[in-house]
Design a protein around this ligand. Structure first.
Ligand SMILES: CC(C)(COP(=O)(O)OP(=O)(O)OC[C@H]1O[C@@H](n2cnc3c(N)ncnc32)[C@H](O)[C@@H]1OP(=O)(O)O)[C@@H](O)C(=O)NCCC(=O)NCCS
Length: 313
């Protein structure tokens, strides 16, 4: 099995590949909050981290860490227990319990961790559909529809979030952590096929992490999201990338997309309707007959096309 079970603690964990085998990804430890919260607080109060993340409060207090870790840890406890109960065949899950990136400082004779400390975090959760305008009904509808899909449904759209202590930046750790999370957990145990990331334009190290994991650029949305006053205010452009297996597939030899995937198509349509520039692999706009007359479908053709000037818009 691609994950490990620590015989000393019964904790399941993922281990990064060489040269980062001293780094593991574990669930939150509800019984070790006093060890795990301080590094989180330190990271979230570092401008290199909080300026590029939307969620965590600024400043980030110890209590913020406790309530977050407790709520997420308790929510994911059933997954951890299912893995512990049947590690050889734990089943299929709608969540990842593996999120705390830890540097191991001491191991037992078999290589299982005995001592470690939190140095970062990586999550794969139901995607937030940043491509739809902030606070729009479309975004809420897309999020709700995606949330309703049952565990194991290959059409679920997943989103990645991550951060690492600046002390460890630039060593390839997050690139390896993302690869490990996807290949050792999300693909085999969540059946994740459609994994996306939305990154602030200019956050080049994050963009590189996804690029090195072969995520392809879907679009760049200019001046797209409002930035909180505690992070300087204004608006920020974002770049959306997706994992190599595309979220929408051609269903015939002409390369025309499957009209059933209305959610994904609407998502792209919304972007197009906003006359925003789309980069990345080439697409061609094709109009198909469909009950909804405004529905345009996109097909991969290998052509480069600027959608803002595209036909039919
Ligand atoms: C993004 C982040 C997780 C990357 O972690 P990391 O372990 O340092 O990433 P890696 O070392 O695996 O890869 C970083 C890549 O970006 C490159 N990079 C780093 N800083 C860069 C910069 N300012 N400009 C361009 N590239 C940069 C590195 O050289 C490396 O690429 P390379 O292997 O081709 O040399 C980390 O920088 C971080 O925590 N940032 C703040 C939070 C954040 O941005 N989270 C992501 C939100 S979507």
């Amino acid at each position: 099995m691609p994950f490990y079970l620590n015989p000393n603690t019964k904790e399941p964990y993922l281990r990064l590949g060489a040269p980062h085998t001293n780094i593991i990804i574990t669930p939150h430890r509800l019984d070790r909050l006093d060890e795990d919260i301080p590094p989180r607080v330190e990271m979230f109060n570092d401008p290199k981290i909080y300026m590029v993340l939307d969620g965590p409060p600024v400043p980030y207090l110890y209590e913020n860490g406790v309530s977050w870790v407790k709520s997420i840890g308790e929510q994911l406890l059933p997954v951890v227990e299912a893995i512990q109960a049947n590690p050889a065949d734990p089943g299929v899950f709608g969540e990842s319990p593996f999120s705390c990136i830890r540097l191991v400082s001491r191991e037992d004779k078999d290589g299982h961790p005995l001592e470690d400390c939190v140095i970062g975090d990586i999550t794969i959760t139901r995607y937030a559909f940043y491509e739809y305008p902030q606070d729009s009904e479309e975004r809420t509808a897309a999020q709700n529809a995606n949330k309703e899909l049952p565990a194991g449904d290959e059409s679920i759209a997943w989103g990645i979030g991550c951060f690492l202590s600046p002390r460890y930046h630039g060593q390839g750790i997050m690139t390896s952590a993302l690869r490990t999370l996807i290949h050792d957990w999300a693909v085999p145990y969540m059946k994740a096929r459609d994994i996306r990331a939305s990154v602030n334009l200019g956050n080049n190290s994050s963009l590189r992490v996804f690029e090195k994991n072969d995520f392809e650029e879907v679009c760049t949305l200019k001046d797209w999201k409002k930035v909180s006053e505690s992070r300087g205010g204004g608006v920020q452009s974002i770049v959306v990338r997706e994992s190599p297996e595309p979220s929408i597939h051609s269903d015939d030899s002409s390369g025309v997309l499957d009209a059933d995937d209305a959610l994904a198509i609407r998502l792209i349509m919304r972007v197009v309707n906003r006359s925003l520039q789309l980069h990345g692999p080439g697409y061609q706009i094709t109009v198909l007959s469909h009950p909804e007359p405004e529905l345009f479908l996109l097909a991969h053709t290998g052509l480069d096309q600027d959608f803002s000037k595209g036909s039919g818009f």
